[in-house]
Design a binder for this molecule. Structure first.
Ligand code: PLP
Length: 375
C-alpha cells in the first residue's frame, strides 16, 4: 500500500531530536525553528518528558473515559493555575480541529442557535465544522459547505457587528494570532470590541489558541495581551510537545450533562503524563518569559533589516513577509544553512520554534537569513 499523497515533502528525514535541533540518519544537525508546526513547546526529547511518558507507559498507557482518571484532574488543576483560568472547566480531546469542533458544539447547545461568525483568512481545522469556519475554499468539500457560517473582515469590528445583528449566531471565533494566514495580529481594540459584541449579542466568544497559545506569544494565551476573557478557549499543538492532544477551556456559564461531549482517546493516561511534563518544564525553565525575551530580540533585530516588506508577531510566533515568494529562501535555509522554518501563503516565512530557544539559536538564524537575503 502507498501513502495517500497529500503532503509536499522535503527530501529530509529527521530520525532523532535533542532540544532545539533534529538530526537525520547521517547525523546532519538541523536547527529547528519550525517546531514541527508550532507543536514542539519544550524542545525535542526533553529528559523529564521522556521519563514521564516512559513511566506512564510502563504502568498504564490507556483506559477509557468511563472510569476515574486522576491524571486528568491533576492536569486540569495545573493548567487552570498556569493560564489564569482556575474557574473554567476542561474537556480533553485529541487535536486542534476536534477542540474547535467541540467548542462550536458547546456554543450551539448553550444558545440553541446555529450560526458561527469567523474571520477572513482564518484557519480552524479540517473537520466538517472547522473547515467550514476556515476561510479557504480550496479545502472545503461540497459536503462541508453550509449556510451556518459567515466571515467578517479581520480587525473590522463594524463588519462583525453588521453580521451579528442579523441574529441566529451562537458564536464568534477568532485566533489569538492568525497563524496560517501568515502571523496576522488582531489589534487589542479588535479583541476587546469582539468581547463586547459577544456579550451584547449573547454569543459565545471562542478564542482559538491552538497555534498562538501555550506560551508562544510570551503570555500563556495571546488574547491575554488584550486583557480579555473569552467564553471558550481551545488549545492543542504545544500542549503535549507532540503527543496528540487537544483541550477546550470552558467558562462556568456552560453547564455539562452526561453524554454532551465525548471521545475514546481524549485525555488518555499517556497524553496526560506528557501534558503534565510539559507544564513542569514550562514552569521550571521559565519558558514563557524566555519566549517573550528571545522573541522580542529576534523581532527587534529583524526590524533593523532593510528590504523586508513587513515583520509581524509576538514572542516566538513571528512572520517575515518578503516582496517575493519565500519558497526558495526556505529551501536554501534548510539545505544550505540547515535551518527548518515554516511558510505561510506565498511570501511569508514563519518562525515557530520551541519556547526554549536561546540567543545562540536566534543569532544563528539571523546571520544565515541576512546572508541569504543580501546575496
Ligand atoms: C489556529 C489553528 N486552529 C486549528 C488548527 C487545527 O489543529 P489540528 O491540525 O491539530 O487539527 C490549527 C492547525 O494548524 C491551527 O493553527
Amino acid at each position: 500500500m502507498n501513502l495517500f499523497d497529500v503532503y509536499p515533502l522535503y527530501p529530509i528525514e529527521p530520525v532523532r531530536g535533542k532540544g532545539n535541533y533534529v538530526y537525520d540518519a547521517e547525523g546532519q544537525e538541523y536547527l529547528d525553528l519550525y517546531g514541527g508546526h508550532a507543536v514542539i513547546s519544550i524542545g525535542h526529547a526533553h529528559p523529564h518528558y521522556v521519563d514521564a511518558i516512559a513511566k506512564q507507559a510502563a504502568s498504564l498507557g490507556f483506559y477509557s473515559n468511563s472510569v476515574e482518571n486522576s491524571l486528568q484532574r491533576e492536569f486540569a488543576s495545573r493548567l487552570g493555575k498556569a493560564c489564569g483560568y482556575e474557574d473554567y472547566s476542561l474537556f480533553l480531546c485529541n487535536s486542534g480541529a476536534e477542540a474547535n469542533e467541540n467548542a462550536i458544539k458547546l456554543a450551539s447547545y448553550h444558545s440553541g442557535k446555529k450560526k458561527v461568525l469567523a474571520f477572513s483568512h482564518a484557519f480552524h481545522g479540517r473537520t466538517s465544522g472547522t473547515v467550514a469556519i476556515t476561510d479557504n475554499p480550496k479545502i472545503v468539500s461540497p459536503f462541508n459547505v453550509t449556510d451556518n457560517v459567515e466571515f467578517a473582515r479581520f480587525n473590522d469590528l463594524q463588519d462583525a457587528e453588521d453580521k451579528l445583528k442579523k441574529g441566529d449566531f451562537c458564536a464568534v471565533i477568532v485566533e489569538g494570532i492568525q497563524g496560517v494566514a501568515g502571523i496576522q495580529m488582531p489589534t487589542e481594540g479588535f479583541l476587546r470590541g469582539l468581547r463586547e459584541l459577544a456579550t451584547e449579542y449573547r454569543v459565545s466568544l471562542i478564542l482559538d489558541e491552538i497555534q498562538s497559545g501555550y506560551g508562544r506569544s510570551g503570555k500563556f494565551f495571546a488574547h491575554q495581551w488584550a486583557g480579555i476573557r473569552p467564553d471558550i478557549i481551545t488549545v492543542a499543538k504545544g500542549i503535549a510537545n507532540g503527543f496528540p492532544m487537544g483541550g477546550v477551556l470552558i467558562s462556568p456559564d456552560f453547564k455539562p450533562w452526561h453524554g454532551m461531549l465525548g471521545t475514546t482517546f481524549g485525555g488518555n493516561h499517556l497524553a496526560c503524563a506528557a501534558a503534565l511534563a510539559v507544564l513542569d518544564v514550562i514552569e521550571k525553565e521559565k519558558l514563557i518569559e524566555n519566549a517573550n525575551k528571545v522573541g522580542g530580540y529576534i523581532l527587534s533585530e529583524l526590524a533593523q533589516i532593510d528590504g523586508l516588506k513587513e515583520v509581524r508577531g509576538k514572542g516566538l510566533m513571528i512572520g517575515i513577509e518578503l516582496d517575493k515568494p519565500v519558497g526558495e529562501l526556505r529551501r536554501r535555509l534548510l539545505f544550505e544553512k540547515h535551518i527548518f522554518t515554516g511558510g505561510a501563503g506565498v511570501s511569508t516565512l514563519r518562525l515557530l520554534p520551541a519556547l526554549s530557544i536561546g540567543r545562540k539559536e536566534a543569532d544563528c538564524f539571523l546571520k544565515a537569513f541576512k546572508e541569504l537575503i543580501n546575496e
